[in-house]
Ligand binder design. Sequence first.
Ligand SMILES: [Zn+2]
Ligand SMILES: [Zn+2]
Length: 344
Amino acid sequence: MLALRKLAPEPGLALREVPEPAAPGPGEVTIRVAAAGICGTDLHVADWTAGYAAMATAMPVTLGHEFTGTITRLGASVSSFREGDRVVVRPSVVCGRCEPCRTGRSEDCVTRRGIGITRDGGFAALAIVPAENCVAVPDALPDALAALTEPMTVSAEAVDTAGVKPGDSVLIIGPGTIGQGAALFAEAAGAACVVVAGREDGARLATLRGLGFGDVVDTEGGSLREALEKAGLPLSYNVVIEAAGVPAVVGEALDLLALRGVLVICGIHAKPASIDLTALVRKHQQVRGSYRAPLATWPRVIGYLTENAERVSRMISAEFPLTEALEAFALAKSRSASKILLRP
Ligand SMILES: [Zn+2]
Ligand SMILES: [Zn+2]
């Protein structure tokens, strides 16, 4: 079968013919992949930017960690699923033995392995994953939308981490899939105003308008504060969610955060950020990091996607066969599109 792989710790990806995986081991299932999203992480791995060195020992490895498909084969002792079940896959494979795992916080496992990062993932026709990483998908949710589940759990976790309450004003920096999802979940949490900012990011801001968010700004050529001022939007927010991965915006974000406001960082930053801590102290602000969501978030997100299928379908810009994966990656990198799916 064809697989999109990372072969070596250097820039580049390769489409390779690989043997179909052997039978699933005990507790594992084989999945026929229906749709798999390309994410910012995949682009970083393709370009081999800093922060992914731990992958090197797993190479060559098939990428793809945002995928959905149908279970075609069950390993020994799998009783929770049957052949033919449609599922999405939680990419974090946990040890089950460390302190967080033993106390019901397996999302914090200290020796995780990532499906599509350090073990073979969903940019191939077949993938073998632990059955416990699968979450059932209802018939009413199409494959393309089910493939949005993983990034949308990251968005939901950012909004949960921020503790968005009814009536809050929320600023989201970074109009990619995570930011789009954060806008939707902030709205669902009752935010009175949701503003989204990007930089030279017209296509993804247009996606947000398509999702119904009119208060979007492009900071092209100026500061975030200037762009908000020019658009007549608020200059103080209860919550700011940073999903851009640009260290320089962290200081700008704190400057726009209200007294006792919460700044949630969920972008991956290749460099440290510099912030004014005295202003943070005097304004009693908090900075919180947010990453992967607990298991309980997954069915909630699947329910949201199912109930809002027509609306969330606007987050998907294009679908490509796996044979055109490299073209799909080039389009994703150009930022002239929102979510791009591969159809193995
Ligand atoms: Zn991802
Ligand atoms: Zn563990």
